[in-house]
Design a protein around this ligand. Sequence first.
Ligand code: BGC
Length: 584
Amino acid sequence: MSTNWWHDAVIYQVYLRSFADANGDGIGDLAGLTSRLDHLERLGVDAIWLNPCYVSPQRDHGYDIADYCAIDPSYGTAEDLKALVADAHSRGIRVLMDMVANHCSDQHQWFLDAIASAPGSAARDRFLFRDGRGVDGELPPNNWQSVFGGAAWTRVDDGQWYFHAFDASQPDFNWRNRDVVEYFDGVLRFWFDRGVDGFRIDVAHGLFKDSAMPDALGDGHNYAMWDQPEVHEIYRRWRAIGTEYEPQRYFVGEIWVPTIEAMAQYLLADELHQAFTFDLLVQPWEATRMAAAIDRALVQAERVGGPPAWTLSNHDVHRPATRFGQEQHLDAPLPTDMIAAARRRGDADLALGVRRAKAATMLQLALPGTVYLYQGEELGLPEVFDLPDEAREDPIWLRSNGEELGRDGCRVPLPWDAASPTFGFSPPSSTSAPWLPQPQWFADYAANTQDLSDDSTLAVFRRAIAGKRDTFSGPDIDWLASGHPSLLAFRRGSGICAVNFGDSPVDVPREWNADAVLGSEHIGDGSVIPANSAVWLTVVRDDARTTVGSDGTSPAGLTSTTTGIHGPTGPQSHMRSNDAPQFT
Ligand code: BGC
Protein backbone atom coordinates (compact mmCIF):
# COMPACT_ATOMS: atom_id res chain seq x y z
CA MET A 1 0.00 0.00 0.00
CA SER A 2 1.59 3.27 -1.08
CA THR A 3 1.95 6.05 1.45
CA ASN A 4 0.17 8.47 -0.84
CA TRP A 5 -2.80 6.22 -1.28
CA TRP A 6 -5.18 9.19 -1.09
CA HIS A 7 -3.78 10.86 -4.20
CA ASP A 8 -6.31 9.30 -6.52
CA ALA A 9 -8.55 7.56 -4.02
CA VAL A 10 -12.33 7.38 -4.03
CA ILE A 11 -13.50 7.95 -0.47
CA TYR A 12 -17.06 7.23 0.58
CA GLN A 13 -18.64 9.23 3.39
CA VAL A 14 -20.79 7.17 5.74
CA TYR A 15 -23.39 9.06 7.73
CA LEU A 16 -23.61 6.13 10.09
CA ARG A 17 -26.96 7.05 11.61
CA SER A 18 -28.59 6.66 8.20
CA PHE A 19 -26.54 3.95 6.50
CA ALA A 20 -27.76 0.59 7.81
CA ASP A 21 -29.34 -0.45 11.10
CA ALA A 22 -28.37 -3.93 12.32
CA ASN A 23 -30.05 -3.98 15.74
CA GLY A 24 -33.45 -2.67 14.71
CA ASP A 25 -33.58 0.49 16.82
CA GLY A 26 -34.15 2.70 13.77
CA ILE A 27 -30.63 4.16 13.95
CA GLY A 28 -27.81 3.08 11.68
CA ASP A 29 -24.87 1.45 13.43
CA LEU A 30 -21.38 0.04 13.00
CA ALA A 31 -22.58 -3.55 12.67
CA GLY A 32 -24.99 -2.40 9.96
CA LEU A 33 -22.15 -0.76 8.09
CA THR A 34 -19.96 -3.86 8.38
CA SER A 35 -22.82 -5.97 7.04
CA ARG A 36 -22.97 -3.74 3.95
CA LEU A 37 -19.25 -3.58 3.15
CA ASP A 38 -19.90 -5.80 0.12
CA HIS A 39 -21.77 -2.88 -1.42
CA LEU A 40 -18.82 -0.56 -0.87
CA GLU A 41 -16.28 -3.07 -2.09
CA ARG A 42 -18.29 -3.63 -5.26
CA LEU A 43 -18.63 0.10 -5.73
CA GLY A 44 -14.84 0.20 -5.70
CA VAL A 45 -14.10 2.68 -2.94
CA ASP A 46 -10.64 2.94 -1.38
CA ALA A 47 -11.68 4.31 1.99
CA ILE A 48 -14.66 5.31 4.09
CA TRP A 49 -15.02 8.40 6.25
CA LEU A 50 -17.31 7.89 9.23
CA ASN A 51 -19.20 10.86 10.58
CA PRO A 52 -18.69 11.13 14.36
CA CYS A 53 -19.84 8.02 16.20
CA TYR A 54 -18.48 8.84 19.68
CA VAL A 55 -20.60 9.19 22.80
CA SER A 56 -22.89 12.14 22.20
CA PRO A 57 -26.27 13.48 23.27
CA GLN A 58 -26.91 13.77 19.49
CA ARG A 59 -28.05 17.37 19.52
CA ASP A 60 -26.08 17.80 16.31
CA HIS A 61 -25.93 14.07 15.58
CA GLY A 62 -22.48 13.37 16.86
CA TYR A 63 -20.88 16.76 16.25
CA ASP A 64 -21.49 17.34 19.96
CA ILE A 65 -19.15 14.87 21.63
CA ALA A 66 -19.34 13.97 25.31
CA ASP A 67 -16.62 11.29 25.23
CA TYR A 68 -14.04 11.31 22.45
CA CYS A 69 -12.68 7.85 23.21
CA ALA A 70 -15.84 5.76 23.33
CA ILE A 71 -18.43 4.69 20.75
CA ASP A 72 -21.98 5.93 21.31
CA PRO A 73 -24.13 2.96 22.36
CA SER A 74 -26.65 3.75 19.64
CA TYR A 75 -23.89 3.07 17.09
CA GLY A 76 -22.41 0.02 18.78
CA THR A 77 -19.33 -0.81 20.81
CA ALA A 78 -15.56 -0.60 20.66
CA GLU A 79 -15.65 -4.23 19.52
CA ASP A 80 -17.93 -3.30 16.62
CA LEU A 81 -15.47 -0.64 15.51
CA LYS A 82 -12.63 -3.14 15.75
CA ALA A 83 -14.59 -5.60 13.62
CA LEU A 84 -15.39 -2.90 11.07
CA VAL A 85 -11.78 -1.78 10.76
CA ALA A 86 -10.56 -5.39 10.43
CA ASP A 87 -13.16 -6.28 7.80
CA ALA A 88 -12.63 -3.07 5.83
CA HIS A 89 -8.85 -3.49 5.91
CA SER A 90 -9.13 -7.08 4.74
CA ARG A 91 -10.88 -5.69 1.63
CA GLY A 92 -8.26 -2.96 1.12
CA ILE A 93 -10.67 -0.26 2.34
CA ARG A 94 -9.23 2.28 4.77
CA VAL A 95 -11.22 3.83 7.59
CA LEU A 96 -11.21 7.53 8.43
CA MET A 97 -12.99 9.04 11.40
CA ASP A 98 -14.18 12.57 12.14
CA MET A 99 -12.25 14.84 14.51
CA VAL A 100 -14.46 17.50 16.08
CA ALA A 101 -11.95 19.64 17.95
CA ASN A 102 -13.50 23.09 17.70
CA HIS A 103 -16.14 22.27 20.29
CA CYS A 104 -17.52 19.42 22.35
CA SER A 105 -20.91 18.70 23.90
CA ASP A 106 -22.22 20.59 26.88
CA GLN A 107 -22.36 17.10 28.45
CA HIS A 108 -18.59 16.60 28.15
CA GLN A 109 -17.11 16.21 31.66
CA TRP A 110 -14.86 19.23 31.16
CA PHE A 111 -17.81 21.46 30.39
CA LEU A 112 -19.81 20.09 33.31
CA ASP A 113 -16.78 20.87 35.50
CA ALA A 114 -16.54 24.35 34.01
CA ILE A 115 -20.19 25.12 34.75
CA ALA A 116 -19.73 23.85 38.31
CA SER A 117 -16.60 25.99 38.81
CA ALA A 118 -16.22 29.67 39.50
CA PRO A 119 -15.54 32.35 36.88
CA GLY A 120 -11.80 32.61 36.32
CA SER A 121 -11.19 28.97 37.35
CA ALA A 122 -8.89 26.58 35.50
CA ALA A 123 -11.96 24.52 34.52
CA ARG A 124 -13.54 27.54 32.81
CA ASP A 125 -10.32 28.40 31.00
CA ARG A 126 -10.68 25.30 28.81
CA PHE A 127 -13.64 27.02 27.16
CA LEU A 128 -14.41 30.58 26.11
CA PHE A 129 -16.19 32.11 29.08
CA ARG A 130 -16.49 35.89 29.23
CA ASP A 131 -18.35 38.47 31.28
CA GLY A 132 -21.24 40.10 29.50
CA ARG A 133 -21.72 43.72 28.57
CA GLY A 134 -24.41 46.08 29.84
CA VAL A 135 -25.02 47.27 33.38
CA ASP A 136 -25.31 43.79 34.87
CA GLY A 137 -23.51 41.87 32.17
CA GLU A 138 -26.88 41.03 30.69
CA LEU A 139 -25.68 41.55 27.10
CA PRO A 140 -23.49 39.04 25.27
CA PRO A 141 -19.75 39.85 25.31
CA ASN A 142 -19.80 40.68 21.58
CA ASN A 143 -22.10 40.57 18.56
CA TRP A 144 -20.85 37.32 17.05
CA GLN A 145 -23.47 35.10 15.46
CA SER A 146 -23.68 31.32 15.54
CA VAL A 147 -23.27 29.52 12.21
CA PHE A 148 -26.61 27.87 12.99
CA GLY A 149 -28.35 31.23 13.54
CA GLY A 150 -28.84 33.43 16.61
CA ALA A 151 -26.26 34.70 19.09
CA ALA A 152 -23.06 32.70 19.54
CA TRP A 153 -23.19 33.20 23.33
CA THR A 154 -25.23 31.54 26.07
CA ARG A 155 -25.41 32.76 29.64
CA VAL A 156 -24.88 30.47 32.63
CA ASP A 157 -26.43 30.79 36.09
CA ASP A 158 -23.67 32.90 37.63
CA GLY A 159 -24.02 35.46 34.84
CA GLN A 160 -20.99 34.62 32.67
CA TRP A 161 -21.42 33.74 29.02
CA TYR A 162 -19.80 30.97 27.00
CA PHE A 163 -19.09 31.03 23.28
CA HIS A 164 -20.43 28.49 20.78
CA ALA A 165 -19.84 28.90 17.06
CA PHE A 166 -22.66 26.39 16.49
CA ASP A 167 -25.48 25.26 18.80
CA ALA A 168 -25.61 26.23 22.48
CA SER A 169 -25.05 22.54 23.21
CA GLN A 170 -21.64 22.77 21.48
CA PRO A 171 -19.31 24.96 23.61
CA ASP A 172 -16.09 25.97 21.81
CA PHE A 173 -12.79 24.92 23.34
CA ASN A 174 -10.14 27.46 24.28
CA TRP A 175 -7.24 26.22 22.15
CA ARG A 176 -4.83 28.58 23.92
CA ASN A 177 -5.20 26.32 26.96
CA ARG A 178 -2.52 23.58 26.95
CA ASP A 179 -4.90 21.00 28.50
CA VAL A 180 -6.92 21.16 25.31
CA VAL A 181 -3.89 20.77 23.06
CA GLU A 182 -2.60 17.77 24.98
CA TYR A 183 -6.03 16.18 25.28
CA PHE A 184 -6.44 16.05 21.51
CA ASP A 185 -2.95 14.63 21.04
CA GLY A 186 -4.20 11.77 23.18
CA VAL A 187 -7.48 11.42 21.27
CA LEU A 188 -5.62 11.12 17.96
CA ARG A 189 -3.28 8.49 19.33
CA PHE A 190 -6.17 6.59 20.89
CA TRP A 191 -7.83 6.02 17.50
CA PHE A 192 -4.64 5.65 15.51
CA ASP A 193 -3.62 2.88 17.91
CA ARG A 194 -6.88 1.15 16.96
CA GLY A 195 -5.99 1.10 13.29
CA VAL A 196 -7.88 4.18 12.15
CA ASP A 197 -6.17 5.47 9.00
CA GLY A 198 -6.85 9.16 9.36
CA PHE A 199 -9.27 11.92 10.18
CA ARG A 200 -11.54 14.39 8.51
CA ILE A 201 -11.21 17.54 10.62
CA ASP A 202 -14.44 19.38 11.34
CA VAL A 203 -14.34 23.19 10.88
CA ALA A 204 -10.56 22.96 10.79
CA HIS A 205 -10.15 26.72 10.34
CA GLY A 206 -12.15 27.46 13.47
CA LEU A 207 -10.16 26.30 16.50
CA PHE A 208 -8.74 29.70 17.44
CA LYS A 209 -10.56 33.00 17.66
CA ASP A 210 -8.94 36.42 17.81
CA SER A 211 -8.29 36.61 21.56
CA ALA A 212 -9.66 40.18 21.74
CA MET A 213 -12.97 38.90 20.32
CA PRO A 214 -13.81 42.26 18.73
CA ASP A 215 -17.32 42.99 17.48
CA ALA A 216 -17.87 41.86 13.91
CA LEU A 217 -18.28 44.72 11.46
CA GLY A 218 -21.35 44.50 9.24
CA ASP A 219 -22.76 41.12 8.39
CA GLY A 220 -19.91 39.92 6.19
CA HIS A 221 -17.21 37.39 6.94
CA ASN A 222 -16.20 37.56 10.60
CA TYR A 223 -12.42 37.46 10.27
CA ALA A 224 -11.87 37.36 14.01
CA MET A 225 -13.83 34.13 14.40
CA TRP A 226 -11.91 31.99 11.90
CA ASP A 227 -8.51 31.20 10.45
CA GLN A 228 -6.25 32.57 13.17
CA PRO A 229 -2.51 31.98 12.67
CA GLU A 230 -2.07 29.82 15.79
CA VAL A 231 -4.16 27.04 14.23
CA HIS A 232 -1.21 26.02 12.08
CA GLU A 233 0.88 25.02 15.07
CA ILE A 234 -1.84 22.50 15.93
CA TYR A 235 -1.86 20.92 12.50
CA ARG A 236 1.92 20.70 12.45
CA ARG A 237 1.63 18.88 15.75
CA TRP A 238 -1.06 16.53 14.47
CA ARG A 239 0.84 15.78 11.28
CA ALA A 240 3.88 14.89 13.37
CA ILE A 241 1.74 12.51 15.43
CA GLY A 242 0.34 10.96 12.24
CA THR A 243 3.81 10.34 10.89
CA GLU A 244 4.79 8.42 14.02
CA TYR A 245 2.62 5.66 12.57
CA GLU A 246 3.32 3.24 9.77
CA PRO A 247 1.70 3.79 7.35
CA GLN A 248 1.45 7.46 8.18
CA ARG A 249 -2.03 8.68 9.05
CA TYR A 250 -3.94 11.07 6.80
CA PHE A 251 -5.81 14.33 7.50
CA VAL A 252 -8.37 16.13 5.35
CA GLY A 253 -9.76 19.45 6.52
CA GLU A 254 -13.16 21.01 6.26
CA ILE A 255 -11.86 24.52 5.68
CA TRP A 256 -13.66 27.66 4.52
CA VAL A 257 -11.21 30.53 4.03
CA PRO A 258 -11.37 33.54 1.72
CA THR A 259 -8.36 33.03 -0.53
CA ILE A 260 -6.20 30.40 -2.19
CA GLU A 261 -3.25 31.75 -0.19
CA ALA A 262 -5.04 31.28 3.11
CA MET A 263 -6.02 27.73 2.13
CA ALA A 264 -2.50 26.91 1.01
CA GLN A 265 -1.23 27.60 4.54
CA TYR A 266 -3.15 24.55 5.81
CA LEU A 267 -1.75 22.32 3.11
CA LEU A 268 1.96 22.87 3.57
CA ALA A 269 4.01 19.69 3.68
CA ASP A 270 3.99 19.59 7.48
CA GLU A 271 0.26 20.29 7.97
CA LEU A 272 -2.86 18.68 6.49
CA HIS A 273 -2.70 16.42 3.46
CA GLN A 274 -5.83 17.79 1.85
CA ALA A 275 -8.85 20.08 2.20
CA PHE A 276 -12.20 19.63 0.49
CA THR A 277 -12.69 21.59 -2.74
CA PHE A 278 -16.05 23.08 -1.81
CA ASP A 279 -15.65 25.53 -4.66
CA LEU A 280 -16.86 22.82 -7.06
CA LEU A 281 -19.75 21.84 -4.82
CA VAL A 282 -21.28 25.32 -4.86
CA GLN A 283 -21.18 25.78 -8.63
CA PRO A 284 -24.30 25.71 -10.80
CA TRP A 285 -24.65 23.41 -13.82
CA GLU A 286 -22.72 25.65 -16.19
CA ALA A 287 -19.57 24.81 -18.13
CA THR A 288 -17.48 27.95 -17.59
CA ARG A 289 -18.30 28.15 -13.90
CA MET A 290 -17.31 24.51 -13.38
CA ALA A 291 -14.16 24.93 -15.45
CA ALA A 292 -13.12 28.01 -13.47
CA ALA A 293 -13.63 26.17 -10.17
CA ILE A 294 -11.53 23.26 -11.45
CA ASP A 295 -8.79 25.64 -12.53
CA ARG A 296 -8.71 27.35 -9.15
CA ALA A 297 -8.39 24.02 -7.40
CA LEU A 298 -5.59 22.90 -9.68
CA VAL A 299 -3.73 26.18 -9.24
CA GLN A 300 -4.05 25.62 -5.53
CA ALA A 301 -2.88 22.03 -5.87
CA GLU A 302 0.14 23.17 -7.82
CA ARG A 303 1.00 25.62 -5.08
CA VAL A 304 0.97 22.99 -2.35
CA GLY A 305 2.19 20.05 -4.42
CA GLY A 306 -0.73 17.79 -3.58
CA PRO A 307 -3.92 16.93 -5.42
CA PRO A 308 -7.38 18.35 -4.63
CA ALA A 309 -10.09 16.51 -2.73
CA TRP A 310 -13.14 16.93 -4.99
CA THR A 311 -16.63 16.64 -3.67
CA LEU A 312 -20.15 17.41 -4.83
CA SER A 313 -22.02 16.37 -1.74
CA ASN A 314 -21.94 15.73 1.97
CA HIS A 315 -24.20 15.60 5.02
CA ASP A 316 -24.47 19.42 5.16
CA VAL A 317 -25.88 20.23 1.72
CA HIS A 318 -28.81 19.33 -0.46
CA ARG A 319 -28.22 16.33 -2.64
CA PRO A 320 -26.77 16.98 -6.12
CA ALA A 321 -29.60 15.14 -7.93
CA THR A 322 -31.93 17.79 -6.55
CA ARG A 323 -29.59 20.77 -6.86
CA PHE A 324 -28.85 20.07 -10.51
CA GLY A 325 -32.54 19.60 -11.25
CA GLN A 326 -33.52 22.96 -9.77
CA GLU A 327 -33.37 26.35 -11.42
CA GLN A 328 -29.66 27.14 -11.80
CA HIS A 329 -28.51 30.40 -10.23
CA LEU A 330 -25.70 31.84 -12.26
CA ASP A 331 -24.97 34.69 -9.88
CA ALA A 332 -21.93 34.10 -7.70
CA PRO A 333 -22.76 32.61 -4.31
CA LEU A 334 -23.02 35.20 -1.54
CA PRO A 335 -19.59 35.69 0.02
CA THR A 336 -21.12 35.51 3.47
CA ASP A 337 -23.00 32.31 2.94
CA MET A 338 -21.46 30.09 0.29
CA ILE A 339 -23.02 26.91 1.54
CA ALA A 340 -26.52 28.38 1.18
CA ALA A 341 -25.94 28.08 -2.58
CA ALA A 342 -26.08 24.33 -2.04
CA ARG A 343 -29.15 24.38 0.21
CA ARG A 344 -31.86 26.14 -1.77
CA ARG A 345 -35.52 25.31 -1.72
CA GLY A 346 -37.33 24.98 -5.03
CA ASP A 347 -38.91 22.41 -7.33
CA ALA A 348 -36.58 20.07 -9.10
CA ASP A 349 -36.79 18.11 -12.34
CA LEU A 350 -35.34 14.96 -10.84
CA ALA A 351 -34.84 13.04 -14.08
CA LEU A 352 -32.71 15.93 -15.30
CA GLY A 353 -31.03 16.32 -11.92
CA VAL A 354 -29.98 12.67 -11.74
CA ARG A 355 -28.67 12.81 -15.30
CA ARG A 356 -26.53 15.84 -14.51
CA ALA A 357 -25.39 14.43 -11.18
CA LYS A 358 -24.09 11.29 -12.92
CA ALA A 359 -22.24 13.45 -15.44
CA ALA A 360 -20.78 15.63 -12.69
CA THR A 361 -19.55 12.51 -10.92
CA MET A 362 -17.82 11.29 -14.06
CA LEU A 363 -16.27 14.75 -14.33
CA GLN A 364 -14.85 14.55 -10.81
CA LEU A 365 -13.60 11.01 -11.30
CA ALA A 366 -11.69 12.06 -14.42
CA LEU A 367 -9.81 14.84 -12.64
CA PRO A 368 -6.47 14.41 -10.90
CA GLY A 369 -7.05 14.01 -7.19
CA THR A 370 -9.22 12.38 -4.59
CA VAL A 371 -13.00 12.08 -4.92
CA TYR A 372 -15.27 12.10 -1.88
CA LEU A 373 -18.72 10.60 -2.41
CA TYR A 374 -21.56 10.91 0.07
CA GLN A 375 -23.70 7.85 0.80
CA GLY A 376 -26.69 7.61 -1.49
CA GLU A 377 -25.03 9.62 -4.24
CA GLU A 378 -24.34 6.31 -6.00
CA LEU A 379 -28.10 5.70 -6.00
CA GLY A 380 -28.89 9.17 -7.39
CA LEU A 381 -30.93 9.85 -4.26
CA PRO A 382 -32.66 13.22 -4.28
CA GLU A 383 -33.08 15.52 -1.28
CA VAL A 384 -36.16 14.69 0.79
CA PHE A 385 -38.02 18.00 0.98
CA ASP A 386 -41.31 16.50 2.14
CA LEU A 387 -40.27 15.51 5.67
CA PRO A 388 -42.95 16.34 8.23
CA ASP A 389 -41.92 19.37 10.29
CA GLU A 390 -42.17 17.44 13.53
CA ALA A 391 -39.72 14.84 12.24
CA ARG A 392 -36.97 17.34 11.56
CA GLU A 393 -34.08 17.33 14.03
CA ASP A 394 -31.40 19.55 12.54
CA PRO A 395 -30.41 22.44 14.85
CA ILE A 396 -30.38 24.68 11.77
CA TRP A 397 -34.11 24.01 11.34
CA LEU A 398 -34.77 24.39 15.05
CA ARG A 399 -32.69 27.56 15.57
CA SER A 400 -34.10 29.28 12.48
CA ASN A 401 -37.68 28.45 13.51
CA GLY A 402 -38.17 26.55 10.31
CA GLU A 403 -37.01 29.37 8.06
CA GLU A 404 -34.13 27.20 6.88
CA LEU A 405 -34.86 23.58 6.06
CA GLY A 406 -31.44 22.54 7.22
CA ARG A 407 -29.87 19.20 6.53
CA ASP A 408 -32.29 16.44 7.52
CA GLY A 409 -33.35 15.93 3.90
CA CYS A 410 -29.95 14.56 2.88
CA ARG A 411 -29.77 12.34 5.96
CA VAL A 412 -32.82 10.14 5.45
CA PRO A 413 -31.96 6.44 6.00
CA LEU A 414 -30.86 4.70 2.81
CA PRO A 415 -33.12 2.46 0.72
CA TRP A 416 -31.42 -0.90 0.25
CA ASP A 417 -34.34 -3.10 -0.70
CA ALA A 418 -37.42 -1.83 -2.57
CA ALA A 419 -39.77 -4.47 -1.23
CA SER A 420 -39.02 -4.68 2.46
CA PRO A 421 -40.29 -2.47 5.27
CA THR A 422 -37.93 0.46 5.92
CA PHE A 423 -36.53 -0.41 2.48
CA GLY A 424 -34.08 -2.75 4.14
CA PHE A 425 -32.54 -0.06 6.35
CA SER A 426 -33.55 -1.92 9.54
CA PRO A 427 -34.07 -5.67 9.87
CA PRO A 428 -37.61 -6.83 8.96
CA SER A 429 -38.27 -7.74 12.61
CA SER A 430 -37.55 -4.19 13.75
CA THR A 431 -40.22 -2.49 15.79
CA SER A 432 -38.72 1.01 15.77
CA ALA A 433 -39.26 3.22 12.76
CA PRO A 434 -36.19 4.76 11.08
CA TRP A 435 -35.11 7.89 12.93
CA LEU A 436 -36.23 10.02 9.96
CA PRO A 437 -39.20 8.82 7.92
CA GLN A 438 -38.41 7.50 4.45
CA PRO A 439 -40.75 8.67 1.69
CA GLN A 440 -42.53 5.97 -0.33
CA TRP A 441 -40.74 7.12 -3.47
CA PHE A 442 -37.45 5.93 -1.97
CA ALA A 443 -38.43 2.51 -3.35
CA ASP A 444 -37.59 3.78 -6.85
CA TYR A 445 -33.98 4.34 -5.79
CA ALA A 446 -33.38 1.13 -3.84
CA ALA A 447 -29.95 -0.44 -4.23
CA ASN A 448 -31.29 -3.93 -4.92
CA THR A 449 -33.32 -2.74 -7.92
CA GLN A 450 -30.39 -0.77 -9.27
CA ASP A 451 -28.19 -3.84 -8.83
CA LEU A 452 -30.22 -5.64 -11.49
CA SER A 453 -29.90 -2.97 -14.15
CA ASP A 454 -26.96 -2.05 -16.32
CA ASP A 455 -28.46 1.38 -16.85
CA SER A 456 -28.89 2.37 -13.23
CA THR A 457 -27.09 5.23 -11.54
CA LEU A 458 -25.34 2.63 -9.39
CA ALA A 459 -24.11 0.80 -12.49
CA VAL A 460 -22.72 4.06 -13.93
CA PHE A 461 -20.91 4.81 -10.66
CA ARG A 462 -19.43 1.30 -10.53
CA ARG A 463 -18.20 1.43 -14.11
CA ALA A 464 -16.74 4.91 -13.69
CA ILE A 465 -14.91 4.10 -10.46
CA ALA A 466 -13.59 0.86 -11.94
CA GLY A 467 -12.49 2.58 -15.18
CA LYS A 468 -11.07 5.80 -13.77
CA ARG A 469 -7.45 4.71 -13.42
CA ASP A 470 -7.37 2.86 -16.73
CA THR A 471 -8.67 5.87 -18.60
CA PHE A 472 -6.91 8.81 -16.96
CA SER A 473 -3.43 9.34 -15.64
CA GLY A 474 -1.10 12.06 -14.51
CA PRO A 475 -1.39 15.22 -12.46
CA ASP A 476 -2.19 17.68 -15.28
CA ILE A 477 -5.15 18.34 -17.52
CA ASP A 478 -5.18 19.94 -20.97
CA TRP A 479 -8.37 21.86 -21.66
CA LEU A 480 -9.71 21.12 -25.12
CA ALA A 481 -11.75 23.69 -26.97
CA SER A 482 -14.52 22.40 -29.20
CA GLY A 483 -16.33 25.50 -30.34
CA HIS A 484 -19.36 24.51 -28.26
CA PRO A 485 -19.91 26.82 -25.28
CA SER A 486 -21.84 24.11 -23.49
CA LEU A 487 -19.05 21.55 -23.76
CA LEU A 488 -16.35 21.25 -21.13
CA ALA A 489 -13.58 18.92 -22.24
CA PHE A 490 -10.11 18.08 -21.09
CA ARG A 491 -7.49 15.52 -21.68
CA ARG A 492 -5.58 13.77 -18.91
CA GLY A 493 -3.02 11.19 -19.98
CA SER A 494 -4.62 9.37 -22.88
CA GLY A 495 -8.14 9.92 -21.59
CA ILE A 496 -10.54 12.69 -22.54
CA CYS A 497 -13.48 13.71 -20.39
CA ALA A 498 -16.20 15.65 -22.19
CA VAL A 499 -19.23 16.99 -20.37
CA ASN A 500 -22.13 18.44 -22.30
CA PHE A 501 -23.86 21.02 -20.09
CA GLY A 502 -26.37 21.84 -22.79
CA ASP A 503 -29.79 20.49 -23.69
CA SER A 504 -28.81 19.29 -27.19
CA PRO A 505 -26.37 16.58 -28.18
CA VAL A 506 -22.92 17.63 -29.38
CA ASP A 507 -20.82 15.70 -31.92
CA VAL A 508 -17.52 14.36 -30.63
CA PRO A 509 -14.89 16.49 -32.44
CA ARG A 510 -13.14 14.23 -34.94
CA GLU A 511 -9.86 16.00 -34.26
CA TRP A 512 -9.72 14.32 -30.89
CA ASN A 513 -9.00 10.98 -32.59
CA ALA A 514 -10.57 9.31 -29.63
CA ASP A 515 -12.94 6.44 -29.00
CA ALA A 516 -15.75 6.74 -26.48
CA VAL A 517 -15.32 4.22 -23.69
CA LEU A 518 -17.94 5.20 -21.11
CA GLY A 519 -20.94 7.47 -20.88
CA SER A 520 -23.14 8.62 -18.08
CA GLU A 521 -25.95 7.92 -20.60
CA HIS A 522 -26.12 5.56 -23.57
CA ILE A 523 -23.47 6.57 -26.05
CA GLY A 524 -24.53 4.43 -29.04
CA ASP A 525 -21.75 4.44 -31.63
CA GLY A 526 -19.82 6.99 -29.57
CA SER A 527 -20.00 9.83 -32.09
CA VAL A 528 -22.18 12.07 -29.93
CA ILE A 529 -22.11 13.45 -26.39
CA PRO A 530 -25.76 13.37 -25.32
CA ALA A 531 -27.35 16.40 -23.66
CA ASN A 532 -26.58 16.85 -19.96
CA SER A 533 -24.16 13.97 -19.86
CA ALA A 534 -20.50 13.03 -19.70
CA VAL A 535 -18.48 10.82 -22.00
CA TRP A 536 -15.01 9.42 -21.43
CA LEU A 537 -12.87 8.70 -24.46
CA THR A 538 -9.42 7.34 -25.04
CA VAL A 539 -7.14 8.81 -27.64
CA VAL A 540 -6.35 6.33 -30.38
CA ARG A 541 -3.90 8.42 -32.40
CA ASP A 542 -1.93 10.84 -30.34
CA ASP A 543 -2.33 13.84 -32.67
CA ALA A 544 -4.39 15.80 -30.17
CA ARG A 545 -1.48 16.34 -27.83
CA THR A 546 1.33 16.47 -30.38
CA THR A 547 -0.38 19.01 -32.63
CA VAL A 548 -0.95 21.62 -29.96
CA GLY A 549 1.10 24.62 -31.05
CA SER A 550 3.26 26.77 -28.84
CA ASP A 551 0.50 29.38 -28.75
CA GLY A 552 -1.79 26.75 -27.29
CA THR A 553 -3.66 26.40 -30.58
CA SER A 554 -3.59 23.22 -32.58
CA PRO A 555 -3.67 23.17 -36.39
CA ALA A 556 -7.14 21.76 -36.08
CA GLY A 557 -8.23 24.93 -34.34
CA LEU A 558 -8.34 23.35 -30.93
CA THR A 559 -6.96 25.50 -28.19
CA SER A 560 -5.42 23.82 -25.26
CA THR A 561 -4.22 25.04 -21.91
CA THR A 562 -2.66 22.94 -19.23
CA THR A 563 -3.39 23.20 -15.57
CA GLY A 564 -2.38 20.82 -12.93
CA ILE A 565 -0.25 19.98 -10.01
CA HIS A 566 2.88 20.73 -12.02
CA GLY A 567 1.62 24.18 -12.83
CA PRO A 568 -0.59 26.03 -15.23
CA THR A 569 0.85 26.87 -18.63
CA GLY A 570 -2.04 28.61 -20.34
CA PRO A 571 -4.12 31.69 -19.90
CA GLN A 572 -5.23 30.37 -16.53
CA SER A 573 -1.72 30.81 -15.18
CA HIS A 574 -2.49 34.52 -15.09
CA MET A 575 -5.47 33.95 -12.87
CA ARG A 576 -5.32 36.10 -9.79
CA SER A 577 -5.82 34.19 -6.60
CA ASN A 578 -8.45 36.62 -5.44
CA ASP A 579 -10.63 35.44 -8.31
CA ALA A 580 -11.44 32.63 -5.93
CA PRO A 581 -14.84 32.98 -4.34
CA GLN A 582 -15.01 34.23 -0.81
CA PHE A 583 -15.88 31.51 1.63
CA THR A 584 -17.32 32.01 5.06
C1 BGC B 1 -20.14 19.66 10.13
C2 BGC B 1 -21.57 19.87 10.46
C3 BGC B 1 -21.66 20.23 11.93
C4 BGC B 1 -20.77 21.44 12.26
C5 BGC B 1 -20.57 21.60 13.71
C6 BGC B 1 -19.64 21.06 10.33
O1 BGC B 1 -19.05 21.72 9.49
O2 BGC B 1 -19.90 19.18 8.84
O3 BGC B 1 -22.35 18.75 10.18
O4 BGC B 1 -22.97 20.53 12.25
O5 BGC B 1 -19.52 21.30 11.69
O6 BGC B 1 -19.76 20.58 14.20
